[in-house]
Design a binder for this molecule. Structure first.
Ligand code: NAG
Ligand code: NAG
Ligand code: NAG
Ligand code: NAG
Ligand code: NAG
Ligand code: NAG
Length: 292
C-alpha cells in the first residue's frame, strides 16, 4: 500500500517536472516563431518570396529553412539573422522583431519599405550588430535611440528619404566600423566616431551636412561669434554695475557714519557700525537687488 503511494508520488513529481521543462522550452522557441509570424503579416510581399514561411510544420528548427532566416543552430528555432535583401518587400518597418530576441543581424536593403523607423528600435534590436536598411523608401528622422544599440558594427541607412539631423549620440556607438547615410535629405552636423573611419562619401548627397570629414559647420562659427558678443555685453554690464555699486556704497557709508552720530541710536546702523565688512555687505545687498 505504502509502496504504491510512494511510486504514485514519484510518478506525479516526474510528470510535473516534464510539463514544466517542455513548457519553458516551447516558450523559449515560441517567441522567435511569433516574431516571424508577425513579420510576415506586417509586410507586403508582392513576389511571394516569403511563401516558404509556412508555420504549419512545428518541428524544432523548422523556421531555419525559411528564405532569409539563419538560426544559431539548424535544429533550434532561434533566429540569428534575417537577410531579406532585394525582395520587393513593401509596407512599413516590419513588426514582431522584438520577439526575435537573440537576433544579431537585420538586412532589409533594396526593398520598397517606407515610413519611419520606430523610435524604440533599441528595445526591439538589443543585440543587433549589423543593421542594413539601405535603398528603401524610409523617411522621418533617424531615431536617437539607435545610439543604445551598443553592439552595432554596421549601420547602413543610405538611399532613403531620411530628414532632419543625424543624432549626434550615434557617436557613442564605439563598435561602429561602417556607417553610411548617403543619399538622404539630412542636414546639420555629423556625429563624431572615435573608432570608425567614416568618409565623405558615406555622407554624400544630402541637403547640408557639415563637420569632420566634411566642411566645418558655419552655424557653429556664427554661434560662437554671437557668444563672444553676448559675453562682452554681459561683461560690460557687470563691470558698469560694479563701479556703480562701489560708488553707491561709498555714499552709503558716509550716510551710515552720519547716522552713527544720531543720538537716538539707530539699531540697524549700530549692528553694522564700524565694521570693515560694511562695503562688502553693502555690495552683496546691492547685487542681490540688482542681480543680472
Ligand atoms: C513578444 O514581445 C513582446 C514585447 O517584448 C512580449 O510582451 C511578448 O510576450 C512576446 N511574445 C512571445 C510569444 O514571447
Ligand atoms: C517538417 O520540417 C522538417 C524540417 O524542415 C522536415 O524534415 C519535415 O519533412 C517536415 N514535415 C512535414 C510534414 O512537412
Ligand atoms: C518599388 O516600387 C516601385 C513602384 O511601386 C517600383 O517601380 C520599383 O521598381 C520598386 N523598387 C524595388 C527596389 O522593388
Ligand atoms: C518613395 O516614396 C515616394 C512617395 O513617398 C514615391 O514617389 C517614390 O516612388 C517611392 N520610391 C520608390 C523607389 O518606391
Ligand atoms: C538609452 O537608454 C537609456 C537607459 O534605458 C535611456 O535612459 C536613454 O534615454 C536612452 N537613450 C536614447 C537616446 O534613447
Ligand atoms: C575604440 O576601440 C577600442 C577597442 O578596439 C576600445 O577599447 C575603445 O574604448 C574604443 N574607443 C572609443 C572612444 O569608444
Amino acid at each position: 500500500m505504502c509502496m504504491a503511494l510512494m511510486s504514485l508520488y514519484f510518478a506525479l513529481t516526474l510528470i510535473g517536472l516534464v510539463i514544466l521543462l517542455t513548457s519553458s522550452v516551447s516558450h523559449a522557441t515560441m517567441t522567435d516563431i511569433e516574431c516571424l509570424k508577425k513579420f510576415k503579416i506586417s509586410v507586403e510581399d508582392p513576389f511571394n518570396y516569403l511563401s516558404s514561411w509556412n508555420f504549419n510544420n512545428n518541428t524544432e528548427g523548422f523556421i531555419c529553412k525559411f528564405t532569409g532566416i539563419e538560426c544559431w543552430h539548424p535544429d533550434e528555432n532561434k533566429v540569428l539573422n534575417i537577410r531579406l535583401s532585394d525582395m520587393g518587400l513593401k509596407g512599413q518597418f516590419p513588426g514582431g522583431i522584438e520577439n526575435c530576441s537573440s537576433m544579431t543581424g537585420l538586412d532589409l536593403s533594396n526593398n520598397n519599405l517606407s515610413g519611419s523607423i520606430p523610435s524604440d528600435i533599441s528595445k526591439r534590436l538589443i543585440y543587433v550588430t549589423s543593421l542594413d536598411l539601405s535603398s528603401n523608401n524610409f523617411s522621418g528622422e533617424i531615431p536617437s535611440s539607435l545610439s543604445n544599440c551598443s553592439f552595432l558594427n554596421v549601420l547602413k541607412l543610405n538611399n532613403n528619404q531620411f530628414t532632419g539631423k543625424i543624432p549626434l549620440e550615434l557617436g557613442l556607438l564605439n563598435r561602429i566600423k561602417e556607417f553610411n547615410v548617403a543619399n538622404n535629405l539630412l542636414r546639420g552636423p555629423v556625429p563624431y566616431f572615435a573608432n570608425a573611419s567614416v568618409s565623405a562619401e558615406d555622407y554624400a548627397n544630402n541637403l547640408e551636412l557639415c563637420g569632420k570629414p566634411l566642411k566645418a559647420c558655419q552655424g557653429a562659427r556664427k554661434k560662437s561669434r554671437v557668444g563672444i558678443i553676448a559675453g562682452a555685453a554681459i561683461g560690460g554690464v557687470t563691470f558698469t554695475s560694479l563701479i556703480l555699486g562701489i560708488i553707491l556704497c561709498y555714499f552709503a557709508r558716509v550716510v551710515v557714519k552720519k547716522k552713527e552720530d544720531d543720538p537716538e541710536g539707530n539699531k540697524w546702523a549700530k549692528s553694522i557700525k564700524g565694521t570693515k565688512g560694511i562695503k562688502a555687505s553693502c555690495l552683496i545687498q546691492y547685487f542681490a537687488k540688482n542681480s543680472i
